[in-house]
Design a protein around this ligand. Structure first.
Ligand code: SDX
Length: 437
């Protein structure tokens, strides 16, 4: 292979040749615009719905290798971070690029825990929802509402303001999530207890009853920390791309994060963990697995929690989550759904349909089984994804704003509609067969 990092393209329409630079394994789409058939030709664009083969940005935060099943945050393998770190330690790493010293971590933890309270009006807003409102709908709405309490968040070009809003949102998202959980159960809201630390405080706001001080089970608290670490960032996934796109219009970080939470709520993305539990419940027993697999192969169902746009090998997070599950079950008792999930995985991974399509368990396949064992209802599962992913969204948002390449996201299109035509007065209109009446 030569070091000649260029691509030479011949346009067979004109016999013209063009040489364009190759930049880190990509070509700049704008370099194709010069390829024209004549002066009136707009020039070539790329067509890539769902961005299957398009890099939307440069990022130094997370590295994935889909074929090797590698995930690293700022160069550190996820397996080491999940084993050795606290969640706020990883949050600091994602946001700042380096692991914190002991003093930096202590200061960072204090800063975040000082921002766990919300304005009392948030509770009134929360009370307005039906008792059975889906917590993701509540979270999207209340995170967006935070922008009305902190109008200075609109100063997105001021690093001090950005830092303040980042700490505010990381501190408050567990509080909003816990309030949504308590609202669902008709229980009084529990005030944050900063002394407990990030994850134990979240558990405190969820599960404290009448005891003077909540004491989290250390095994469950550590399991939640690990799950938070595994869900913290994942490069340019759907919700992060949404965070970058909305943030590129210079909207404030609260409404931008609300848009990301909305994207995460979809069943093909973060909503999959809830769908997995529904699917396992529907399958009900190992005897029904072959019939369900056949429905999937007939294209009638998706195997939720399986497949990934990037991972064409085992999702490294799923491997770690399987281990965490066993530790949690030591405390909570075994969730029988894990046995159906393990049997389903075993059968799927030996079936040509899944092997050919490189479909493996992803992060959502086992996480819900743990959450259910811990006492969460399935509609809370995606909230548990959104809490830690808020850190990744904010790290990517911050990186996007600091990137000189960043402009407002505004893709082009391939127009496939009618050519120009004159207006038809209503009296002369016939009944044209509409595609979607
Ligand atoms: C997350 O991007 C990220 O990083 C996301 C995430 C993160 O941390 O942010 O990792 C979190 O969203 C994980 C994914 C959770 N979603 C699910 O588990 C839902 C089920 N999975 C699928 O919907 C699907 O696998 C996606 C959405 C995850 C990926 O879809 P792609 O990349 O667009 O793949 P595709 O739909 O083009 O599928 C390729 C083939 C198709 O078959 P053919 O048309 O070639 O015959 O594989 C089939 C699909 O039908 N396929 C599945 C399947 N996933 C893909 N068939 C059955 N069950 C599935 N789950």
């Amino acid at each position: 292979m030569t070091d000649n990092q260029t691509l030479t393209i011949t346009d067979n329409r004109t016999q013209q040749s063009y040489t364009i630079p190759i930049y880190r394994g990509t070509v700049r789409a704008l370099d194709l615009r010069q390829i024209k058939t004549g002066p009136d030709d707009f020039g070539l664009m790329t067509y890539d719905p769902a961005f299957m083969n398009t890099a939307s940005c440069q990022s130094a935060i997370t590295y994935l290798d889909g074929d090797k099943g590698i995930l690293r945050y700022r160069g550190y393998p996820i397996e080491q971070l999940a084993e050795q770190c606290s969640f706020l330690e990883v949050a600091y790493l994602l946001l700042n690029g380096e692991l914190p010293t002991a003093n930096q971590l202590e200061y960072w933890q204090c800063k975040v825990m000082r921002h766990t309270m919300t304005h009392e009006n948030v509770k009134k807003f929360m009370d307005g929802f039906h008792y059975d409102a889906h917590p993701m709908g509540i979270l999207i709405s209340t995170v967006a509402a935070l922008s009305t309490f902190y109008p200075e968040a609109k100063n997105i070009n001021d690093p001090k303001s950005r830092d303040k809003q980042i700490v505010r949102l990381i501190g408050k998202i567990p509080t909003l999530a816990a309030y949504a959980y308590r609202h669902r159960l008709g229980l009084p809201y529990i005030a944050p207890d900063p002394e407990l630390g990030y994850t134990k405080n979240y558990m405190n706001m969820l599960w404290k009853r009448t005891e003077p001080k909540y004491a989290a089970n250390p095994v469950l608290a550590r399991a939640l920390e690990v799950l938070f670490i595994l869900h913290a960032d994942h490069e340019q996934n759907c919700s992060t791309s949404t965070m970058r796109a909305v943030g590129s219009s210079h909207a404030d970080p609260f409404v931008t994060a609300a848009a990301a939470i909305a994207a995460l709520s979809g069943p093909l993305h973060g909503g999959a963990n809830e769908e997995v539990l529904r699917m396992l419940g529907e399958i009900g027993s190992n005897d029904n697995i072959p019939g369900f697999i056949q429905q999937v192969k007939d294209g009638k169902r998706k195997l939720m929690g399986f497949g990934h746009r990037v991972y064409k090998n085992y999702d490294p997070r799923a491997r770690i989550i399987k281990k965490v599950a066993e530790e949690v079950f030591e405390v909570t008792g075994r969730n029988p759904k894990i046995d159906i999930a393990l049997a389903l995985e075993k059968i799927a991974l030996s079936d040509e349909y899944f092997i050919k399509r490189k479909l493996y368990p992803n992060v959502d396949f086992y996480s819900g089984i743990i959450y259910q064992a811990m006492g969460f209802t399935p509609d809370q599962f995606t909230v548990l994804f959104g809490i830690p992913r808020t850190v990744g969204w904010l790290a990517q948002w911050q990186e996007m704003l600091q990137d000189p390449d960043t402009k407002i996201a505004r893709p082009r299109q391939v127009y496939s509609g009618e050519e120009v035509r004159d207006f038809v007065p209503i009296a002369e209109r016939g009944v044209k067969q509409l595609v979607h009446a």
